[in-house]
Structure formats: structure tokens, C-alpha cells
Design a protein around this ligand. Structure first.
Ligand code: BGC
Length: 441
């Protein structure tokens, strides 16, 4: 792979850093914000979830915008939106501006969650596309861990403004970087800028033959004239949408954000009672999340998407089942904390090399070029809706169903996901984007 391609993908992946940082930072900051603004429980919950509402709004429009003004400018816009949101939240005089700022940050995350994987998959050579899109997930996990760390650093002084404001740093790097990045050659062909598109293809392809072959496949795929919602009437494209939306939802309803957002609370339920110990345990989980994403980067183009998904989901199933069994034992108190910690590390680790990166990768791969922006937008929207529902109802589920059953519900959904992937998802390893075809297996 050319170093140039790695540079382009890495800059775009910074969108993931902001995604991770901004969704992770609030868990620590909320403790101090609530005190400063004397928030009721309702308002506390809303301060946390307003970001997700922004993400839903941002992802709903991002694909259409990326098709109209280009991938590069949309990602640049995401950086600017983040910057405005982060500034407003950090300098807010009151709770209302804070809510507006967090909503704006959410729009930025929504934009980048659609466009960063889309852009990376369109500039990546087929052989390394999996690894490069997984870089985006890697950046998300680094952002989450970075947020835990920054929360920890500023917790002593209770300085939530610094916690929220720190997001300025990655947004400035994203903006600075994207100014110098090229437009996606696929987008350029679609808009009829053929000679610029060809130059870009030559800069990223490994040899001239690859670039000629790629150009003819792109041209072929552009012969399908229908675009917008009409494109989904073509059965194969409609099926791609069904697969994209389902995968995006399944990534959430298998429960990952119960651990990412509520980890310290789960540890406390398991008897790790001190705040410091539960935050430390959460940091360990965050570190496992980062490290195991590297497994996907190394293997996703070698062994393929589906084998990694099967292994990861099987591990997630076992970890959740164990966690449920442990919570069902009344007399386990001594070792419950350790079992919970190990199960959650296994669960997050298995997600990190499977459902985490590979869902973003697959939804950026399965749509033909004329439907890619919109298809990716709708799938990502489903992902954020799933995220919102799981994070809103997790504590209610624990109260109504009890701890064991709650975790077993997520375990059962892992089995559903495995069956869905077996039946519906194509293996896309090393295939040229335009040659990927979806059909029920
Ligand atoms: C998911 C997020 C999750 C993160 C955890 C992403 O792929 O979309 O919802 O918080 O992984 O690493």
C-alpha cells in the first residue's frame, strides 16, 4: 500500500476520534455539571442523550450532503461543526447553551459516522480496504479511552469545561488535515470530473492496470441512472439497504454501549464498590477495546469479514451468558467482581475485532455507488437509533427484568446476529467495491 493512502485514511479516521471522545467524555463530566447547574435527574439524562439525538439528525442528512458537495467537504464540515459545538459546551454560561452545544456536537458525530467510513472505503485499494476502514473504529476506541483519561485527569478539580473543551484538539487536527486531503475518485467520476478522478485513482492504485480496471468498473456501476430513494426499488439495492440497516441495528442491540456508557455502574452492581476501583476497571475495558481492534486491522483482509464476525460474536455470547449466570448466583459476592471484570473484558475484546469495525466496513461496502451516500446514511441512522434505545432503556431493563435476564437478552441477540450474517451477508474481502454483489446466501 502507498504511504499516501495510509495518510489519507488516517486523517479521515480522525472523525472516529471525535466520535469516541465526545460520546465517552460525558460519563465523567456529568457528575460535575449536575452539581454546578443543580440538574434534576431528568435533565441529567437529557444532557447525556441530547448528543445521540444530534447524531440521529446529523446522520440522516449526511449522505445526501456528501452526494451533493462531496465526501471531503462534508468531513471538513463535520470538523467545523464539532469545533463550534465543543466551544459552546466548554464556555457555556448555562444549561440551555450546554444542551445546544452538545446537540451540535452530536450533528458533527452523525456527519462523521456516515462520511468517514464512506470516504475511506472509496479511496482504499480493495486489498487493504478492511484494514483502512478498521482504522476508523480504532480511532473511535482511542477517543473513548482518551475521554476516560481526560475525565480522570480533570476530575480532581471537577473541571468539566476542560473535559468538554478538550475535543477542540482533535477537531482542529481533522479540519487542518482535511483541507489538504483529496476528493474521493468515485465521487469525482460520479460528478463527471473525469480527469481529476483519474489522477486520484492513479495516486492510490498500486499499478496502472489496477487503476484502469477500477475506472472501468466505476463507469459500469454509474450506468445505473436511478439515484435517491428510487435506487432502492432495484431488488439488489433494496436488499443491500435491508442488510445495512439490520447490521447497524444489531451492532447496537447486542449491548455494547451498556458497557461503554454504564461500565462503572455494572462494576458497582458486581460489588466493586469504590468509585476509583470501578473507574479503573472501566479504563482496563477501554484499553482492551483499543488493543483488540488491532486484531481486526491485521486479519480482516486476510481471513475475511465473516470468520471474524463469527468468532467475535461467539465470544460475546459466552461472555454475556457467563455474566448473567454470575449475577444469578446469590452467594457469589466475593468473586462476582472478578467474574464481571473478566466477562466484560472478553465481551468488549470480542466486539472490538468483529462487530465494532466490521459493521462500519460492510455498510460502506455493500451499496452500489449511486445509492452509497443515502444507503450509508439510513443504515447509520438506524445505528444511532439503536444506540439511543439501548442506552435509554438499559437501567429500566435491569430494574424490570433483573440483571441475569438482561444480559441473557443481549446474549440471545448475538445468536440472532450470527444467524443473520450466515443467511444474508456477503463476504467482501479483497473485492473491488463495484464488484460486490449482495444476494441472500
Ligand atoms: C459503535 C459505538 C460503540 C463503539 C465502542 C462503535 O463501532 O458504533 O456505538 O460505542 O464502537 O468501541
Amino acid at each position: 500500500m502507498r504511504p499516501y493512502v495510509l495518510l489519507v485514511a488516517s486523517v479521515a479516521a480522525l472523525g472516529g476520534l471525535l466520535f469516541g471522545y465526545d460520546t465517552g467524555v460525558i460519563s465523567g463530566a456529568i457528575l460535575f455539571i449536575s452539581k454546578d447547574f443543580s440538574l434534576t435527574t431528568r435533565l441529567q439524562e437529557f444532557t447525556i442523550s441530547v448528543v445521540l439525538i444530534g447524531c440521529i439528525a446529523g446522520s440522516a442528512v449526511a449522505g445526501t450532503i456528501a452526494d451533493a458537495i462531496g465526501r471531503r467537504l462534508t468531513l471538513l464540515a463535520a470538523g467545523v461543526i464539532f469545533l463550534i459545538g465543543a466551544l459552546a459546551s466548554a464556555f457555556t454560561p448555562d444549561e440551555t447553551i450546554l444542551l445546544v452545544g452538545r446537540f451540535v456536537v452530536g450533528i458533527g458525530i452523525g456527519f462523521s459516522s456516515v462520511v468517514a467510513p464512506l470516504y475511506i472505503s472509496e479511496v482504499a485499494p480493495a486489498k487493504v480496504r478492511g484494514a483502512l476502514v478498521s482504522l476508523y473504529q480504532f480511532a473511535i476506541t482511542v477517543g473513548i479511552l482518551g475521554a476516560y483519561f481526560i475525565d480522570y485527569v480533570f476530575a480532581g478539580r471537577g473541571d468539566w469545561r476542560w473535559m468538554l473543551g478538550f475535543a477542540l484538539v482533535p477537531s482542529l487536527i481533522l479540519i487542518g488535515g482535511m483541507i489538504f486531503m483529496p476528493e474521493s475518485p468515485r465521487y469525482l467520476f460520479r460528478r463527471g470530473h473525469d480527469s481529476r478522478a483519474r489522477d486520484e485513482l492513479n495516486r492510490i492504485a498500486e499499478n496502472p492496470q489496477d487503476s484502469i480496471h477500477e475506472e472501468s468498473s466505476i463507469r459500469e456501476s454509474l450506468k445505473v441512472k436511478s439515484s435517491g430513494f428510487a435506487a432502492f426499488k432495484v431488488p439488489a439495492v433494496g436488499l443491500a439497504l435491508f442488510i445495512g440497516v439490520s447490521l447497524a441495528l444489531l451492532q447496537q442491540v447486542t449491548g455494547i454501549n451498556t458497557v461503554i456508557y454504564y461500565g462503572p455502574q455494572i462494576f458497582q452492581m458486581a460489588g466493586i464498590s469504590s468509585n476509583t476501583a470501578s473507574i479503573l476497571a472501566q479504563t482496563l475495558v477501554g484499553t482492551v477495546n483499543v488493543l483488540l481492534t488491532l486484531v481486526a486491522i491485521f486479519f480482516v483482509d486476510r481471513v475475511g469479514r465473516k470468520p471474524l464476525l463469527y468468532i467475535g460474536l461467539a465470544g460475546m455470547f459466552l461472555a454475556l451468558t457467563t455474566l448473567g449466570i454470575a449475577f444469578a448466583q446469590p452467594h457469589l459476592s466475593g468473586s462476582l467482581g472478578t467474574i464481571a471484570l473478566v466477562s466484560m473484558m472478553v465481551y468488549v475484546g470480542c466486539f472490538a475485532f468483529s462487530l465494532g469495525p466490521i459493521v462500519w466496513l460492510l455498510i460502506s461496502e455493500i451499496f452500489p455507488l449511486p445509492a452509497r451516500g443515502l444507503g450509508m446514511s439510513i443504515s447509520t441512522l438506524a445505528n444511532w437509533v439503536g444506540n439511543f434505545l439501548v442506552s435509554q432503556f438499559f437501567l429500566t431493563m435491569i430494574n424490570k427484568l433483573g440483571r441475569p435476564l438482561t444480559f441473557w437478552v443481549y446474549a440471545a441477540l448475538c445468536v440472532v446476529t450470527i444467524l443473520f450474517i450466515r443467511a444474508m451477508v456477503p463476504e467482501t474481502k479483497r473485492e473491488l467495491l463495484e464488484e460486490i454483489r449482495v444476494q441472500a446466501a
